[in-house]
Design a protein around this ligand. Structure first.
Ligand code: DGL
Length: 213
């Protein structure tokens, strides 16, 4: 069984991609609405929440756990991997490599406040990268709210960006609206890459167990 964790609907984008791969394995989604949103919480609190979710998924037999959330991955995955050694964890990170490979000049990374703090290394990128935290966007998406994008992106000129990285799994659910604002940008998400990684690790695990897929 493969488990998925996110604070709301965001991780469903990852689960849907894995579903398309027809692994022949049960998939279970832990939608942690009770603790949503993760992005504005302290690292300590986020870790405590995710560890408890992970234990629940292990308890029902998950051998592979997909942290289908950039925030939880940034804050927790290293510790989870060292604590739960029998479990294979797959994380979700902002897909920054693709726009760099595509030689995009002005890259905007949209993510939560907690994820932003883990993006320091992007300062060394050869491109112009701006990591832009959005405080309540994920929650508003979960609640189906109308967004005041003018207010949300006040202070930046959307037309200068030729790449926008969706650094939170929720944001893809508003892709059409974001495309209207960032008219000159190519959008980069992580869900397909994460799904591919799940498939690769699933096959390796099956191979190790002497089963073929
Ligand atoms: N989908 C989560 C992420 O990718 C949402 C974070 C939140 O709950 O604030 O970061």
């Amino acid at each position: 069984m493969i488990g998925f964790i996110d604070s709301g609907i965001g991780g469903l984008s990852v689960l849907k991609e894995v579903e398309k791969l027809n692994l022949g394995e049960s998939l279970i989604y832990l939608k942690d609405s009770k603790n949503s949103p993760y992005g504005n919480k302290s690292y300590k609190k986020i870790y405590r929440i995710i560890e408890s979710d992970v234990k629940d998924l292990i308890g029902i037999g998950c051998k592979i756990i997909v942290i289908a959330c950039n925030t939880a991955t940034a804050v927790c995955i290293t510790k989870l991997r060292s604590k739960f050694k029998d479990v294979t964890f797959v994380g979700t990170e902002p897909n920054i490599n693709s726009p760099i490979r595509d030689e995009k000049q002005n890259i905007l990374v949209l993510c939560t406040s907690a994820t932003k703090k883990h993006c320091e290394h992007l300062k060394n990128a050869p491109n112009n990268v701006l990591v832009y935290p959005l405080k309540n966007f994920a929650k508003a998406i979960d609640n189906g709210k109308t967004i005041n994008y003018k207010k949300m992106f006040m202070g930046i000129d959307p037309l200068i960006y030729d790449a926008v990285v969706l650094g939170c799994t929720h944001y893809i659910f508003r892709l059409n609206e974001l495309k209207v604002i960032f008219k000159n940008a190519t959008f980069y998400a992580s869900h397909t890459g994460v799904a591919k990684r799940v498939k690769d690790l699933y096959n390796i695990k099956n191979f190790e167990n002497g089963e073929s897929n």
